[in-house]
Design a protein around this ligand. Structure first.
Ligand SMILES: NC(=O)C1=CN([C@@H]2O[C@H](COP(=O)(O)OP(=O)(O)OC[C@H]3O[C@@H](n4cnc5c(N)ncnc54)[C@H](OP(=O)(O)O)[C@@H]3O)[C@@H](O)[C@H]2O)C=CC1
Ligand SMILES: N[C@@H](C[C@H]1CC(C(=O)O)=NO1)C(=O)O
Length: 327
C-alpha cells in the first residue's frame, strides 16, 4: 500500500534522528533531506537518500506528504515554521515555551493559507510531558504538578548557546536540584521557583578573538532560556567538546500530586530515561507525522498542538485493531 512520503528540513541531531526513525516505520519512506549547507557537505546515515539545497524545497510540494522541521527553535523555526507550513503539511518541535502562542498564531495563518496541517511543539517537552501535565490537572483538579529534567543535554538550550556570537561550539546540561525533587517526592507539594528546581551548566568553545566575559554574559542573561536559572559557563577546547560531550542523554519526569474525595492522596507520574535525546524526540516527531498525514487527508487545516491530536492517529494500527489489541 502507499507509503507516507516524508521530507526532512534541516539536518542536525534531530534531522539524523528522523532519518533513522523513518526507517523503523514500514508505512513511511524518506523522499529527501533539505539543508541550507551545500548538499555535498551533508553526510547522511544512509548515503542513498538524496540531499537537496534548501531553496529547491518548493519543487517537492507534490512529492512530500509530511515535512518534518528539524531546525533550531532559537532562530531557525520562527522563520522556517510559517514559511514551510504554507507549502507543506509539517511537524516541528518548537520548544521556546514563552513564545509558543505567537509561534502557533504565525504557523496557523500560514497553514490555513496553504490549506495544510501543521503540528507544532511536538517532542517530549513540549510534547509528551505537556500531555501528562494536562492529564494531571484535568483528572486531579486539587493538587500540584511538577516537571523535572535531567541531568542531561537539552538540545534547545545547546542550540541557543551555539547561536550566541563568539561561540564556535557548545552544549548545555540541565541539572535538577536534589532537595527540590526530594520535597516533591515526599508529597510536600512545595511552591518552587524556576531557579529552585534546576541549574544549567554550559560548556562552550570560544570562537577566535571572541571575549569570554561577553559570551558568558550573553548566555546567562538570555531571556526564555537562561535568565531565570543559576547558570555556569565553562570554556573548553574543541577537542574536549568532541571527546567528552558527544553523547546526548536526557530524561525527566512529570508528577501530579493531588487529593480526591475524602482526602485520599493520589500520585500520577510519567518518566523518561533517554540514551539519546535527539533519537527519542525524532521518534515522537515521526509518530506525529503519521497523525498529521491523516488529519490532512481528513480535511483538517491549520496549526494543532499535541493536545488536539487523538492518540489513535499516532498508531499504524487501525482503530479496530487498537480496540482489539491495546484497549
Ligand atoms: N520539544 C522537544 O521535546 C524537543 C525539541 N528540540 C528542538 O529541536 C531543535 C533542533 O535540535 P538539534 O537538532 O539538536 O539542533 P542542531 O544544532 O543539531 O541543528 C539545528 C540546525 O542547525 C544546522 N546544522 C546542524 N549541524 C550543523 C553543522 N555542523 N554546521 C552548520 N549547521 C548545522 C541544520 O540546518 P541546515 O541543515 O539547514 O544547515 C539544523 O537543522 C532544538 O533547537 C530544540 O528546540 C530538541 C529536543 C527535544
Ligand atoms: N526541549 C528540550 C526537552 C526537555 C529538556 C529540557 C531542559 O533540559 O531544559 N526541557 O525540555 C530539549 O531541547 O532537549
Amino acid at each position: 500500500s502507499k507509503k507516507i512520503r516524508i521530507g526532512i528540513a534541516g539536518y542536525g541531531n534531530l534531522g539524523r534522528g528522523v532519518e533513522s526513525a523513518v526507517a523503523q516505520n514500514a508505512d513511511m519512506e524518506l523522499v529527501g533531506v533539505f539543508s541550507r549547507r551545500p548538499p555535498a557537505s551533508v553526510s547522511l546515515l544512509d548515503a542513498s537518500v538524496p540531499v537537496y539545497p534548501w531553496d529547491d524545497i518548493e519543487n517537492f510540494r507534490d512529492a512530500i506528504d509530511v515535512l518534518i522541521l528539524c531546525g533550531g527553535s532559537r532562530t531557525d523555526l520562527p522563520e522556517q515554521g510559517p514559511a514551510l507550513a504554507r507549502a507543506f503539511t509539517t511537524v516541528d518541535s518548537f520548544d521556546t515555551h514563552a513564545r509558543i502562542p505567537e509561534y502557533y498564531a504565525a504557523v496557523d495563518a500560514a497553514a490555513q493559507a496553504g490549506g495544510n496541517v501543521a503540528l507544532i511543539s511536538v517532542g517530549w517537552d513540549p510534547g509528551l510531558f505537556s500531555l501528562n501535565r494536562l492529564f494531571g490537572e484535568a483528572i486531579l483538579p486539587e493538587g500540584a504538578t511538577y516537571t523535572f529534567w535531567g541531568k542531561g543535554l537539552s538540545q534547545g538550550h545547546s542550540d541557543a548557546v551555539r547561536r550566541v556570537p563568539g561561540v564556535k561550539g557548545g552544549v548545555q546540561y540541565t541539572v535538577p536540584v536534589p532537595q527540590a525533587v526530594q520535597r516533591v517526592r515526599d508529597g510536600e507539594q512545595p511552591v518552587l521557583s524556576t531557579r529552585e528546581k534546576h541549574k544549567r551548566e554550559c560548556f562552550v568553545v570560544l570562537a577566535e578573538g571572541a571575549d569570554q566575559a561577553q559570551v558568558r554574559d550573553a548566555i546567562v542573561t538570555m531571556p526564555d532560556y537562561f535568565a531565570d536559572y543559576d547558570t555556569t559557563v565553562t570554556f573548553i577546547s574543541e577537542e574536549t567538546l568532541r571527546r567528552e560531550h558527544n553523547a546526548m542523554p536526557h530524561g525527566g519526569f512529570v508528577i501530579r500530586s493531588g487529593t480526591t474525595g475524602t482526602g485520599n492522596k493520589q500520585i500520577m507520574e510519567y518518566a523518561l530515561a533517554l540514551d539519546s535525546n535527539p533519537e527519542f524526540t525524532s521518534s515522537v516527531l515521526v509518530a506525529y507525522a503519521r497523525a498529521a498525514y491523516r488529519l490532512k487527508q481528513a480535511g483538517e487545516r491549520g496549526a494543532r498542538s499535541v493536545f488536539d491530536v487523538a492518540p489513535g492517529l499516532l498508531s499504524p494500527k487501525s482503530a479496530a485493531e487498537l480496540r482489539k489489541e491495546l484497549l
